[in-house]
Design a protein around this ligand. Structure first.
Ligand code: FEO
Length: 393
């Protein structure tokens, strides 16, 4: 019943939408859902590229069988072993017992560990090629985008590259699959959020993968999540290049925590100072109200960051402590940084933010502002001055 979608004459999209999952990896909200993309190349030999998460196997297999019209699948290429893509491997192998599973030596260790599969394997190394008949495949090992075994598969005939998580975006696919058939602004936003939260830590491996991709002509990019990219290829390449170099555009993110509004007033005053000095790209977030995945996206986008927190039980406000851990976990580099905080009797938050800046090896701009109890004129003026310094940093 379920129909696949054509990507080129011989390549079909057989992926699925997940609009039920609330949190990706049980931690990142999915307001627009997510897709698990799988593709099949129908030639003299048939090759399936990746699979989908197991709850969707029935719809997935129905789509696949519709394309195959009674034929079998000869190869299953595993670009990435994470269970959102490898979940249906056992189901596919039960259906096609003679299938050859293509991966690299790291893939096969995970395949054994997750699914107990150790036979029917075809191991490839970097730049290996495989002919399907008319279609010639080439494999690029691209470790750490997003796991050690990740690789890309290039179809030299149709100039299509299957990139695994690289170039993925959150957002279930609303009707179409190719970017030209979708309302693209939403997916570009979700592309940035996906990069910041999934691939952001792996800037250097992403750069190496981009170098490999530049050796071939590409007309379509087929990731494992989100749209197939065609018209937007220059844009997503530019975004990926910039974000993976940790090159923020001009702009300031102010993230604060506040229990009674006193630290919040300091954030407002810093933003006023920034604005008075001509800065327009200012984004303010209350860390307790906005999910970290959205704040991290803007931290990747912009070059300056200001963090403020009250002292809470002689430490940071807990949501801020958790947020700093997420920044450190991604190892975001070369941000210009300032901080501020308020307290009633202990200034622990200021000390913690100072050591955080040291650990991140970020350049600290201006003089950090500290206030006791409510915001008063001296600290208010200091916040305005800090904002002005940041604007000129
Ligand atoms: Fe979509 Fe790293 O799995």
């Amino acid at each position: 019943m379920f129909k696949a979608k054509s990507i080129t004459n011989d390549i079909y999209y057989v992926g699925v939408n997940d609009r039920q999952k609330l949190m990706f990896e049980n931690q990142i909200p999915l307001p627009f859902g997510v897709s698990y993309n799988s593709y099949v190349i129908v030639d003299e030999k048939v090759a399936l590229i990746d699979t989908v998460e197991i709850p969707f196997a029935e719809i997935y297999i129905d789509k696949l069988l519709n394309v195959l019209q009674g034929r079998s699948v000869d190869y299953l290429v595993i670009n990435h072993m994470e269970p959102d893509h490898s979940g249906s491997i056992r189901a596919i192998r039960r259906l096609f017992p003679d299938i050859k599973i293509i991966g690299n030596n790291r893939t096969f260790k995970m395949l054994s560990g997750y699914y107990g599969i150790e036979d029917g394997l075809l191991e490839v190394t970097d730049n290996d090629k495989l002919s399907l008949g008319k279609h010639q495949l080439q494999f690029f090992l691209t470790p750490m985008i997003h796991w050690p075994e990740t690789m890309m598969t290039y179809d030299a005939t149709d100039k299509v590259i299957f990139t695994g998580d690289a170039f993925g975006a959150f957002g279930a696919l609303d009707g179409g699959v190719v970017d030209t058939d979708l309302m693209i602004t939403k997916y570009l936003e979700e592309f940035d959020r996906y990069f910041a939260n999934i691939a952001g830590k792996y800037g250097s491996p992403v750069q190496k993968a981009l170098e490999k991709m530049h050796t071939v002509e590409i007309k379509s990019i087929c990731p494992t999540h989100g749209p197939v990219w065609r018209d937007q290829i220059p844009k997503i390449m530019e975004i990926t290049n910039r974000l993976s170099r940790n090159e923020g555009s001009r702009g300031v993110v102010i993230v604060y925590a506040s229990m009674y509004g006193n630290t919040e007033q300091m954030a407002e005053a810093i933003a006023e100072g920034l604005s008075e000095a001509g800065e327009k790209n200012i984004v303010i977030y209350d860390v307790a109200k906005t999910d970290a995945s959205f704040i991290l996206t803007d931290i990747y986008r912009f070059d300056r960051l200001v963090i403020g927190s009250p002292t809470y039980n002689n430490g940071l406000f807990p949501e801020m402590a958790s947020f700093l851990l997420k920044i450190e976990n991604r190892d975001i580099k070369q941000r210009k940084f300032s901080y501020f905080g308020s307290s009633t009797w202990s200034n622990a938050s200021m000390k913690i933010l100072a050591t955080f800046a040291e650990r991140m090896k970020w350049e600290v701009i201006g003089t950090a502002v500290e206030e006791k109890q409510s915001l008063k004129e001296i600290a208010y003026d200091a916040c305005i001055a800090l904002g002005k310094e940041l604007a000129n940093a």
